[in-house]
Ligand binder design. Sequence first.
Ligand SMILES: Nc1ncnc2c1ncn2[C@@H]1O[C@H](COP(=O)(O)OP(=O)(O)OP(=O)(O)O)[C@@H](O)[C@H]1O
Length: 267
Amino acid sequence: MTQGTETQTSAARSAAGVLPLIETRGISKSFGGIQALDDVAVHLMPGEVLALLGHNGAGKSTLIKMLSGAYTPDAGQVLMNGQEVHLSSPRAAQLLGIETIYQNLALADNLDVPANIFLGRELLKGGRLDEDTMEFESRKVLDRLKVNLPDLKKPVFNFSGGQRQCIAISRAIYFKAKVLIMDEPTAALGPQETAQVNELIMSLKNEGVGIFLISHDMHDVFDLADRLTVMKGGRVVGSSQTAEITQDEVLEMIIAGKVARRAAGLS
Ligand SMILES: Nc1ncnc2c1ncn2[C@@H]1O[C@H](COP(=O)(O)OP(=O)(O)OP(=O)(O)O)[C@@H](O)[C@H]1O
């Protein structure tokens, strides 16, 4: 699918009254002489997982850093529910409900689960939350997301990588993330832990959270993503529903920047 087609589908969606949770239009960014993003249009619907794929240097990290407020674009717009937003800082992005879960997630190892869920945000509603309230609220969000942790009062270094990733995701959801950006969320995990995190991602979809997923694992991409977008040289070179494309065609697109054999919905 080309950039032009993305714009047409965006118009069709608006006409049907379904607005993307978030979309970019004509986003560009360069660093010195390097064009990291060139006229990028992507969108994410509520409850959708969109995989961002591409070789090293394709522009994926620059795009998600832009969406998480770490970089500002040289040109283009970001819209949430049809309204232009300015993601001028990570805090600004968080306040709009955009949370980023990085591969090397930032949990404070020596603190327990509630302290991690409320890390940096204990001073809510004008007063410091007491420990019982933080534990009660933490248990509530973990139960809602079906994250099973035996003892919340243990320092989090006691938990497995998968459980820690689930704590970081629960923290984002507790603070009302509508858009979750996940950069290789299962890269450091074994199969069982990966399954645990993937199960949580599926329950977030059911809550209407939209997820950008960067992953090099094609199994995860095809298990989790509804749609995928391939980038190369800072441009979007193709998009497809995962149900309408094969893994081989995706790999071809990543390598060549286009599909040699025509796949449904692609040009
Ligand atoms: N802060 C920066 N300063 C200079 N160049 C940068 C900066 N950030 C990204 N780039 C360049 O922008 C281009 C896109 O990089 P980006 O990291 O977004 O790609 P990527 O698809 O995420 O790759 P990877 O999978 O390796 O993370 C690359 O050529 C990269 O060197």
